[in-house]
Design a protein around this ligand. Structure first.
Ligand code: NAP
Length: 260
């Protein structure tokens, strides 16, 4: 592995076993990072890919449906113990549940809010506590901790059939700014990416519906679904030194969707 922008940085990517998180973790690894995946399922696929490119990689299995504040602290403490430190946290793991708003099931609402909003909140709290207590003192005097949250266009729009998802992603954009407001001065950056329509399991239902698929494609100036790799470049930029003066931003990576 040749030296890159993230040489020897420890980068946690939640939900790196597939989809957008998978592409982000591989992109960091290709730039020299020690990538750390936290997924709910078996990480053997991404483990094999990391091995094939000679990357340093660690995988942890955790179900965010049950992640508490206390458990998030334990998870981060374990990563620090095993990997020595943490430099970047990418809160990517997320789910979506579709049902009409009036009948939207309580269980779906709670699951989406827990996985998409509470879990990133607890993990970010835990890395912040570690950085403020220990990490910052162990790092070089100009080093910064970077948090990148994967938000959504539904951080800005209402969406259809997905009220829990909209609430969670609007909340994630909100706490991105809230963390920045309190902690930017502690050499920390908190930013988010709002992906457009990306071809992953998350959008499978839409892509398989010819009418919805056509309506979506007709509005995207790029005239194509995004690829997970389209999001990886923005994540690397936000985690890099080039973005040291960005704090509390939500960057649209949407092929122009929101420009319409
Ligand atoms: P995806 O292919 O469905 O991947 C979701 C990831 O989240 C998986 O790695 C999954 O891990 C993880 N995850 C789900 N439930 C989990 C749980 N209970 N505990 C731990 N991890 C869990 O979806 P994606 O499109 O890549 O989505 C990644 C992020 O981008 C999400 O936050 C999503 O909301 C956001 N996003 C996606 C789009 C899009 O168009 N695709 C647009 C805007 C925002 P396992 O594999 O272990 O289940």
């Amino acid at each position: 592995m040749s030296a890159g922008r993230f040489q020897d940085k420890v980068v946690i990517v939640t939900g790196a076993c597939r989809g957008i998180g998978h592409a982000i973790a591989l992109a960091f690894a290709r730039e020299g990072a020690h990538a750390v995946s936290i997924c709910a399922r078996d990480p053997s696929d991404i483990t094999a890919k990391m091995e094939s490119i000679g990357a340093k990689f660690s995988a942890y299995t955790e179900d965010f449906a049950r992640l508490t504040q206390k458990r998030a602290s334990e998870v981060i403490a374990q990563v620090v113990k095993d990997c020595g430190r943490v430099d970047v946290l990418v809160n990517n793991a997320g789910i979506i549940k579709r049902a009409p708003i009036v009948d939207h099931p309580e269980a779906d609402w709670n699951a989406v809010l827990q996985i998409n909003l509470s879990a990133p909140f607890y993990l970010t709290q835990a890395v912040c506590k570690w950085w403020l207590a220990t990490g910052r003192d162990q790092a070089s005097t100009d080093a910064r901790f970077k948090v990148v949250n994967i938000a959504s266009m539904l951080s800005f729009q209402g969406g259809i059939l997905v009220p829990g998802y909209t609430a969670s992603k609007s909340g994630l954009a909100g706490i991105t700014k809230a963390f920045a407001n309190e902690l930017a001065k502690e050499r920390m950056n908190f930013n988010a990416i709002a992906p457009g329509y990306i071809a992953t399991d998350n959008t499978k239902t839409l892509r398989e519906d010819p009418l919805r698929s056509k309506a979506i494609l007709d509005r995207i100036p790029e005239s194509r679904w995004g690829a997970p790799e389209d999001i990886a470049g923005a994540a690397l930029f936000l985690a890099s030194r080039d973005a040291d003066y960005l704090n509390g931003t939500v960057m649209n990576v949407d092929g122009g969707w929101l420009a319409r």
